[in-house]
Design a protein around this ligand. Structure first.
Ligand code: SF4
Length: 277
């Protein structure tokens, strides 16, 4: 973006009583060669803001330096969509804290002007990083209930899915459950697990490629373009994906650390995994 600078100096809030405004203008126009430099009695007033907005729309100013109060105040007023805004704090750093009209105070204000304008000159608007090509395949790591549900959701929405499970069978912990929580009205009693039906749906879905007894060896690239190496069948297969869903499951907590809850001392205190077994 080609920058066009505008420097706006506020005379309000005792700034004009503390420093020579004309000398600050000279820093902008003579030293820094800024083409547009204006002053106003109260830049945050509707008229003051119009002064800036008119230059943005009429003069093509896109880098605005506001020499007025702290950037911590009047943030909304001095936000101009699409323009770089640099704030120079002449009010709190100079007018409200320094002795008025002394050489040191003037020189301090001029230095703040130089620093603010220089910073604006070295500031750019962030530009979005646009990928030319986005791979829409989804890599799902983990073939438990979470991974399979994610895979089915993406596959039913029309995306190709690569599902990688390190065990020989899909299902994870859910496949070891004796019963599952109620999923149907009136939600009163535990139900037969539906995991088998979910596994069948996943393995027969035309958009899902399942790797069992397989592990992710490496993922390189970035969102939208991942190169995936899958360790499978004693070798390595390469795949491409645009996004990754981590559903690698959970590990039971070491219940031996829970003696204070009776684990180990009372045979009736067991873990959820032991319960299923
Ligand atoms: S609040 Fe800021 S912009 Fe408004 S008059 Fe005071 S110094 Fe100027």
């Amino acid at each position: 973006m080609e920058k066009k600078y505008g420097v706006y100096i506020c005379k309000g809030c005792e700034i004009a009583d503390t420093v020579e405004i004309e000398k600050l203008e000279e820093v902008a126009t003579k030293e820094k060669q800024i083409p547009v430099c204006k002053t106003h009695d109260a830049l945050c007033s509707p008229e003051g803001l119009d002064l800036i907005k008119n230059d943005i729309s009429g003069e093509g100013v896109n880098t605005v330096v506001v020499a007025a109060c702290s950037p911590r105040v009047k943030y909304k007023e001095f936000s101009f969509n699409g323009s770089i805004v640099e704030r120079i704090n002449l009010r709190e750093f100079v007018a409200w804290t320094q002795e008025p009209k002394t050489e040191d105070t003037q020189s301090l204000a001029e230095d703040y002007m130089r620093m603010g304008i220089t910073k604006a000159q070295h500031t750019g608007l962030p530009e979005p990083f646009m990928l030319e090509e986005i791979d829409k395949a989804v890599l799902v790591i983990g073939g438990g209930i979470t991974g399979m549900t994610s895979a089915l959701g993406a596959a039913d929405a029309g995306y190709n899915v690569i599902l990688v499970e390190k065990q020989a069978e899909l299902g994870g912990w859910a496949a070891k459950m004796h019963k599952q929580l109620p999923r149907t009205y009136p939600f009163e009693s535990i139900e037969e697990p539906t995991i088998k039906a979910t596994i069948d749906k996943v393995t027969s879905h035309s958009n899902i490629k399942v790797y069992t007894s397989s592990e992710i060896e490496k993922i390189a690239g970035f969102p939208g373009q991942y190169d995936v190496s899958i360790k499978t069948n004693g070798g390595t297969e390469q795949a491409k994906a645009g996004s990754v869903i981590m559903a690698a499951g959970w590990r039971p907590y070491d219940a031996n650390k829970l003696e204070h809850l009776g684990y180990g001392a009372n045979p009736n205190v067991i873990t959820n995994v032991q319960m299923e077994e």
